[in-house]
Design a protein around this ligand. Structure first.
Ligand SMILES: [Zn+2]
Length: 346
């Protein structure tokens, strides 16, 4: 299997994030990128670096703007430059106000815009955020193009990841929704596309983006949001609206979930994707379901990823893997290797 890597996959990560009320070193450390790559190489994959797309190129811009709000994308491009003009501004933008309720007017002050466009304090915007996010999109577009051209599987090494990014909002380390952009591209080739999110956290971004559509099925297996991030979405009863009714499936699982129960949910997800008649699948792939992950609450073993790979392979669909989370650095290499071996496509 070809793996397409963002030119900035192993760049320095963001600096800080809020975690349970405390500022901590950001979990998206650069060693993640290195370990994930090593796992792919161990499993026999070749890694090619994507050429950075030019956002001024109309086909690239049109594709991104078919998923994301134009003003939001403008914000991502210019936010840091505007922020850094403020006296005593911080090195990264974090929202210190949340304008979700009771606001009476929009305000374009850099602090107000940060609150408007950044949904939580895990998605700081720094000098290179736009460049890095565009690098992730470059990788996913190149990998999706391989599927369009008839390859059966490809892996997009995206960092920053994308599955929490909504149409007009950054959140949870995510800025542009790589998997959603890929789905839009694959729809040019396949009548129906499914996104299967196996990251620890609910794929709220793809849910929001495709909630009214019946041509992209969104299925997410994740920690029960009653007591787990992102708290406000990921519940079973969120099934889509209007034309999209029935085309969003959430499979929340309790804390401490182990392999057997997880694979049961994955099997159910796979059946939904087959019933839907998907022509291609996009797997938003996180390794934060691992038992030692500092941001997870499941108890999967390294060998669980082999079983996950086998199950995904059994769907027999052209499949694009898109890198999302996974923060226990010492196990990332082996977990990736197990997944690819399970897929049988090293
Ligand atoms: Zn996650």
């Amino acid at each position: 299997m070809r793996a397409i890597i963002s030119p900035y996959f192993a760049a320095s990560g963001p600096l800080k994030m809020l975690h349970q009320g405390s500022f901590v070193e950001h979990y998206d450390v650069l060693q993640r990128g290195q370990e994930i790559c090593s796992g792919l190489v161990d499993a026999g994959c070749s890694i090619e670096t994507a050429a950075l797309l030019n956002y001024q190129n109309s086909s690239c811009r049109e594709l991104i703007l078919s998923i994301h709000d134009a003003k939001y994308v403008d914000y991502l491009q210019n936010a840091w430059a505007n922020w850094s003009k403020m006296q005593n501004s911080s090195a990264e933008i974090l929202p210190n106000i949340s304008p979700n309720r009771h606001i009476t007017r929009f305000n374009e002050h850099p602090v107000a815009l940060a609150g408007w466009y950044i949904g939580d304090a895990a998605a700081p915007i720094g000098e290179h955020t736009w460049r890095n996010a565009l690098g992730s999109v470059s990788a996913v577009i190149e990998a999706a193009s391989a599927l369009k051209n008839g390859e059966l599987a490809a892996y997009a090494l995206c960092r920053p990841s994308g599955h929490h990014a909504c149409q007009d909002m950054a959140m949870g380390m995510c800025f542009l929704n790589n998997a959603a952009i890929a789905a839009q591209l694959l729809r040019q080739q396949f009548h129906r596309v499914a996104i299967l999110d196996i990251d620890m956290h609910h794929g709220n971004g793809a849910q929001q983006i495709f909630y009214q559509r019946d041509d992209v099925l969104t299925v997410s297996i994740h920690g029960d949001p009653s007591n787990f991030y992102p708290f406000y979405s990921g519940f079973k009863e969120e099934t889509g609206v209007e034309q999209g009714e029935g085309f969003n499936i959430n499979l929340p699982l309790p804390a401490e979930t182990q392999e057997v129960a997880y694979l049961e949910a994955l099997n159910a997800a796979g059946n939904e994707i087959l019933d839907f008649g998907a022509g291609a699948a996009i797997v938003a792939t996180g390794f934060d379901t691992f038992k030692e992950d500092p941001l997870g609450c499941f108890r999967l073993e390294s060998t669980s990823y082999y079983e996950i790979g086998r199950m995904i392979r059994s769907l027999q669909l052209p499949t694009l893997f898109v890198q999302e989370g996974g923060y226990f650095v010492p196990a990332l290499r082996e977990n990736m290797r197990q997944l690819i071996l399970g897929l049988g496509s090293g």
